[in-house]
Structures are given as C-alpha cells and as structure tokens.
Design a protein around this ligand. Structure first.
Ligand code: FES
Length: 274
C-alpha cells in the first residue's frame, strides 16, 4: 500500500545521486530507515530518495521538510541523530546543517569554485584570428539553447560536420524525449546529437555524436556570420556549428547572458592564451 500522505509530518529526502552514492549515502539511509521502523515512526514520516541535490561537494546530502533543512556529509551516526531530533524534538541537528531557511550562506568546508567562461585570442587556419570561449556542453545548457535557436527561428546558419552552411529561417522541432539524444527536425534541418551523459557501452554511432566540447567563437574578420556555437565530440571531431549574423545582437546577447553568464557590457576577454 502506498504512503498515507495526510498522516506524514516529516519528510526526509535522501540524495541518491552519483556523488552521494560514492560517498556511501546508502548506509546512512539504511540506518535512518531502520531507526524510523523500530521507533514506530514509519507511518508519520516519509523517506524519499532523490537524484542529485546539486551539492555534490557536501555529499552525501539530505533535505528535511518541513523547514527546508539541508544536511551534509551524512554518516550512519549523523543519520540517526538527525532522525531523532526531527521526529522527537521537532528540531534540526544544528551541528550537521549545511543550510536552513534564513541563512544567507551555506555552512560548507568544500566549496568548489568554477571558473566562468572567458574569451581568449587564438588563430585558426580556417577562420584566422578569433576569440574563443570554452563553454558548457551539458544538456542543461545545450537543450535550452537549441530551443532558443530553433523553436522561434533566429536568423542563423548551421554547418553540420563538413557540409556547407545552411540558412535557417523556419521553426524546427527540438525533441529531447530520448534518454541521451536531442533531435532537431524541420524542413531545413535534421540533426541528432547526444547531449546527456552516456554509459561506456553505448553504441559507437551514439558516442560519435555525443557533444563533449562546446565553444563560442567570435571572428575578428568581417563576414555576414561572425559569432558561433561550435560543438565537437570527445575525439575533437566537428559535429555542428551554429552561426549568428554579425548584426544579430539579440541572439548574441542571449548567448552571452544566458549561456555564458557574461554581461554584454563586460565581456570577459583574456589576451594571453598561454
Ligand atoms: S549527488 Fe548528491 S548532491 Fe549531487
């Protein structure tokens, strides 16, 4: 029988994402659940395993509701202490908290700093002098960008593999219902790219179209299309380049602001490429 939700007073969300699993989340979960069962608290609590909570540096993590209490670096001992304090005292276990409502900062010892994308100068045989920014290649970034490019068509051109450029001015469907691949289809383009994380034993043809490198390039020379998103696979094979017209400030600003988290008024450029 399913959980009788109206009876539930406290919900424990155990992160079961990859980093938390590696940090032995499961043994803390087992202790926590055993504690609830033996204390007769099973019916008025709920335990849920979630995917990544977005704080892998503090793995294993939990979230407890109500109250939005976030816990870090869970161990079986901490797990039982947290269970007790929430179910018996209606209080968080403060010493293990990562965050609670009202705090303006996280209490973490493991903050990772991710360097924001920057443009660097480079010379390429094909384009001459360019500015190039290594960008985000995950589906969380690429799928929304493809929606932006293709669902309401922008005046872009697409170059798939070694083919010549193709102007796009019709709306295209961007379908990401497959486990790994996004399909961009319409009258002018049919393109399939793998953008989700793929397992090692995936068929080679899917691995071959897996986007591993994303670059925003900005040509210095005069041309109709001067900015682009260039995607490559793990082996460096060119998959596709989506070109933006020189005068298309709207699309360019979207790329800078939304995709690269960069203000169009303060574009980050590093002169030295060493
Ligand atoms: S996998 Fe648990 S926080 Fe990311």
């Amino acid at each position: 029988m399913g959980k009788n939700i109206p009876k539930v007073t406290t919900t424990f969300q155990f992160c079961d994402g990859g980093s938390c699993q590696k940090a032995k989340s499961e043994i803390a979960v087992r202790e926590a659940r055993a504690y609830l069962r033996n204390e007769g608290l099973w019916d008025n609590t709920h335990t849920i395993k979630t995917r990544c909570n977005g704080r892998c540096e503090d793995a294993p993590t939990w979230i407890v509701q109500p109250g939005n209490f976030w816990y870090k670096n869970l161990t079986p001992e901490k797990a039982v202490a947290i269970m007790k304090s929430h179910t018996q005292e209606n209080q968080p276990t403060e010493e293990y908290l990562l965050y609670q409502e009202g705090w303006s900062v996280l209490l973490t010892e493991n903050e990772k700093t991710v360097s924001p994308p920057v443009f660097k100068c480079k010379t390429e045989e094909i384009h001459g002098e360019i500015l190039i920014a290594r960008a985000f290649a995950s589906d969380q970034h690429l799928y929304p960008l493809f929606q932006y490019f293709f669902q309401t068509p922008r005046p872009i051109a697409v170059q798939v593999g070694e083919d010549s450029m193709l102007n796009i001015d019709q709306p295209h469907q961007v379908d990401y219902s497959d486990k790994y691949e996004v399909k961009i289809t319409g009258e002018q383009l049919k393109l399939t790219l793998a953008i989700a994380g793929i397992p090692k034993d995936i068929p080679e043809e899917i691995a071959d179209r897996k986007v591993s490198v994303a670059e925003v390039i900005w040509l210095k020379k005069k041309a109709i299309f001067t900015k682009a998103l260039r995607l490559k696979n793990k082996k460096g094979k060119h998959l596709v380049t989506m070109w933006i017209k020189e005068e298309d400030n709207k699309t360019w600003e979207h790329i800078l602001k939304i995709y690269l988290s960069m203000s169009p008024d303060h574009i980050r450029i590093v002169e030295d490429d060493s």
